[in-house]
Design a protein around this ligand. Sequence first.
Ligand SMILES: *Cc1c(COP(=O)(O)O)cnc(C)c1O
Length: 394
Amino acid sequence: MTVRASDSRKGALIDFIQGIYGPPPITLHRPVFEGNERLYLVDSIDSNFVSSVGARVTEFEGRLAAFTGATHGIAAVNGTAALHTALLLVGVERGDEVISQALTFVATCNAINYIGARAVFVDVDRDTLGMSPEALRSWLETNTRCEGGRTVNVATGARIKACVPMHTFGIPCRIEMIAEICAEFGIALVEDTAESLGSYVGKKHTGTFGQIAAFSFNGNKIITTGGGGMIVTNDGEIARRARHLTTTAKRPHRYEFFHDEVGYNYRLPNLNAALGCAQMEVLPAMLKIKAEVAARYRAFCSEQGLHFIEAPAGTTSNNWLNAILFDDRAARDDFLKFSNETGVMTRPIWRLMTELPMFAECQQDGLEQARWLVDRVVNLPSSVPQSEFERLKP
Ligand SMILES: *Cc1c(COP(=O)(O)O)cnc(C)c1O
């Protein structure tokens, strides 16, 4: 049973949230710098290495790669730049098509458009809020044919080059099945792991199922470097190309400037990486605390008969953003208005990409579950509570 518009449970929920976070204003997700952030930042300033050549960049890359179990990490200025680079690295070119989900943050699809490629949208699963493997297979079987080893869209004649599923709010999508389908159709798998640092399928970290993945360390993400992103891959050649392309494609030389293609200024500055190193130290504690907050929400919701969205069995969410489901759009809107008026920030899920002008014409499969979810999902405050800050101290 989910929430009704006129329900007094909405008041109980707001009280419960204030019990965790104290009096309003309460934000959805605030950054926390209780570890060595200040220390490493000042170190980095004093070292004069503030841009992308410093030791903290390499250290941060190593730490993040080790945490996820990937072989290589390449730090980028933000998650969008990491995704853009990832798509280029798997060979997406102008005129290609890339399959993604309409229920995502706009950056996923902007990265596709930067290349002059076109997004195709398939539906999501109702429980994971991530790409549905059944929808993916069904779209591919209905709309594509195999042509000289390539999967081609029958309607447009374009090559389907890549697939970009997203692990929404940290809940892993059915990535193993998606990986199998991509392999079967010869499509590169690029995971948008912007929201899923610390999320696993079994014991395998999200972002290690395809050729490449892109993380984000924006201010609202589970760890932050102010702005930042990271490409991870197990492919040494892709990693080498990632380093090259994100540093203006400059051939290494002591003093000569030779660039062998159009590259990008996409490497993460050392200052931001300094924050990243400190945030990686507290990540395990952060994940524990966030799991406890999610457990409190879960218990409260089950007591109140509210529908709390949980990661499917066999997967572990990082509990980045907690979410509940309302009965319908009216109930959702009623709660959003009520909570935001009391200073407790809550938020609907994104508009579907197909409702945005730049993606309105993209091919899609009807998006039945995505539409259903858009009417009902609300995100709840999910930060580390102030009372737990002590546990993040060095
Ligand atoms: C945050 C986010 C991004 C982009 O990350 P930035 O670092 O803000 O550029 C991409 N995809 C999803 C799903 C995100 O949530």
